[in-house]
Ligand binder design. Structure first.
Ligand code: FAD
Ligand code: 2HG
Ligand code: ZN
Length: 474
């Protein structure tokens, strides 16, 4: 429906971007209008695909002049429909994926400067080719972009060691809502010069401007690694094992992931090539990923010795340590395929929550019981980043239930989990953000002075409210 745009805007966008930079055919636009979870179907007359910062600035300026909203989009893997336009058909989607250059990489500064549309995996590969490490790692890394992971402040598997995306960023280049360009691509470790503007845009989910490039931190590459897949007695045992490894050598714990028996069952059932690596099924598992830049760190020996202690303490029931890179990848797939396996099993509701690490076992147990009481036969699938206190407290529909009937209970399910999480001083969104899905929770959780300050920031930078409207703020 191109006539949803003011007359001549399309012509001006076309003149600015050329044929490769502007999509108006509904078939070409369609994949950009629906979120990864198929929760929201948006509408838009055009998707623009700028190839440079100047082109992004030009698009934003033209749209601002015409009063047309813009929706930044990277790999479109948002779990909360943050990159999906609304149904009005008024917004233009700005897809950043043609901006995928690595601008610079410096192993003395240990930084790289990348376009926002560079895919996360490509950034990891570039760092590795230079003999370094860009540590951010998540299941969507083959599709998610640098602009997307920064705009959601993505966490993922290595937060426990390296921090969230925010901690991995030193500088940004941003096109502001009026079309002006802020070049903050400074690669400085020390720079106390007023408000840390760059941090405003991290986690803003595209509501304050469009990130066009970023300076990212690099780390020494691992020279010794070890990966163990363990069956553990219960949630407390999972946490106790985390503490054992952390006490032995905190710097070596690159990832520490919890999985329930239910989640692993789904992965084995639905994902080709995924098998249970232990002789007996268990109700609780963890994946322990150790890495050190020291070639002589002896991590396999360390893993064996810690696991031995934990076996004696009856925390660990059984364990296997990968004996090759291929075996390690296979073990990681059991964890990484959890979202896809859950999708294939049927309808599910996600609860990306966090609590203080010490409260994780209680949170999982209380939420699981409350959810099963709420919807008899439903199947809790808690999994994720236990070392960060961030569990995906997901719920799979009862077998045989109509998926639509189950999804109609989504808000009850989220409320049920959130009540426990609130009681334990946690957060209703640990790493996926707010997007469109969770805006109605903001007033209750972040109301008062906090939400008022957020609104003031939004109004100052985007007075016309054209930058990803309807996201984050209620
Ligand atoms: P998109 O989905 O395109 O956009 C996400 C948000 O950022 C939207 O609000 C969008 O408007 C905005 N945005 C995108 N690019 C820009 C830009 N250049 N400038 C300004 N705003 C922009 N998240 C985690 O934190 N941890 C995980 O472990 C994790 N695992 C995942 C596994 C799977 C299988 C999937 C599908 C998703 C997972 N996610 C995870 C969700 C997630 O947020 C990301 O995959 C990633 O951060 C989004 O990147 P993207 O490029 O796809 O962004
Ligand atoms: C992960 O950790 C992602 O795999 C997705 O954050 C979690 O599917 C989910 O709920
Ligand atoms: Zn996650």
């Amino acid at each position: 429906m191109p006539d949803a745009l003011p007359s001549d805007l399309l012509d001006r966008l076309s003149a600015l971007l050329g044929p490769r930079g502007l999509l108006t055919d509904p078939a070409d636009i369609a994949p950009h209008l629906v979120d990864w979870r198929n929760l929201f179907q948006g509408s838009s007359p055009a998707v623009v695909r700028p190839a440079s910062t100047a082109e992004v600035a030009g698009v934003v300026r033209l749209c601002a002049e015409a009063g047309v909203p813009v929706v930044p989009q990277g790999g479109n893997t948002s779990m909360v429909a943050g990159a999906t336009p609304d149904e009005s058909g008024r917004a233009v989607v700005v897809a950043l994926t043609r901006m995928n250059r690595l601008r610079d990489l410096d192993v003395t500064d240990m930084t790289m400067t990348a376009d926002a549309g560079l895919v996360l995996k490509a950034a990891q590969d570039a760092a590795e080719q230079a003999g370094a490490l860009f540590p951010l790692s998540l299941g969507a890394e083959g599709t998610a972009t640098i602009g997307g992971v920064l705009s959601t402040n993505a966490g993922g598997n290595t937060t426990v060691r390296y921090g969230n995306a925010r901690e991995l960023m030193l500088g940004l280049e941003v096109v502001l809502p009026d079309g002006s360009v802020w070049n903050g691509l400074r690669r400085l470790r020390k720079d106390n010069t007023g408000y840390a503007l760059r941090h405003l845009f991290v986690g803003a989910e595209g509501t304050l401007g469009i990130v066009t490039a970023a300076v990212l931190r690099l780390f020494p590459r691992p020279r010794d690694t070890a990966l163990a897949f363990c069956a553990v007695a219960d949630e407390d045992a999972a946490l106790a094992l985390f503490r054992r490894f952390r006490d032995r050598d905190e710097s070596a714990v690159r990832a520490f992931e919890y999985m329930s028996g239910q989640g692993v069952d789904f992965a084995v059932r639905h994902i080709e090539g995924v098998t249970l690596p232990l002789s007996e099924r268990a109700d609780h598992y963890v994946l322990v990923d150790l890495a050190s830049p020291r070639g002589d760190a002896g991590l396999r020996g360390m893993a064996e010795s810690v696991l031995e202690e934990a076996l004696e303490a009856s925390e660990v029931l059984d364990a296997t340590i990968a004996d090759s890179d291929a075996a390690a990848k296979k073990l990681w797939r059991i964890r990484e395929e959890h979202p896809e396996a859950q999708k294939r099993e049927g309808a599910s509701v996600k609860n990306d929550v966090s609590v203080p690490v010490s409260k994780v076992p209680e949170m999982i147990r209380r939420c699981s019981a409350a959810l099963q009481a709420l919807i008899p036969g439903s199947r809790p699938v808690p999994f994720g980043h236990i070392g960060d206190g961030n569990i995906h407290m997901n719920l799979e529909q009862p077998e045989g239930m109509d998926p639509a009937e189950f999804l109609a209970r989504s808000h009850d399910i989220m409320d049920c989990v959130n009540a426990v999480v609130r009681d334990l001083d946690g957060s209703f969104s640990a790493e996926h953000g707010i997007g469109r899905l969770k805006t109605d929770m903001m007033a209750e959780w972040r109301g008062g002075a906090e939400l008022a300050a957020m609104r003031a920031i939004k109004a100052a930078l985007d007075p016309k409210g054209l930058m990803n409207p309807g996201k984050v703020l209620p």
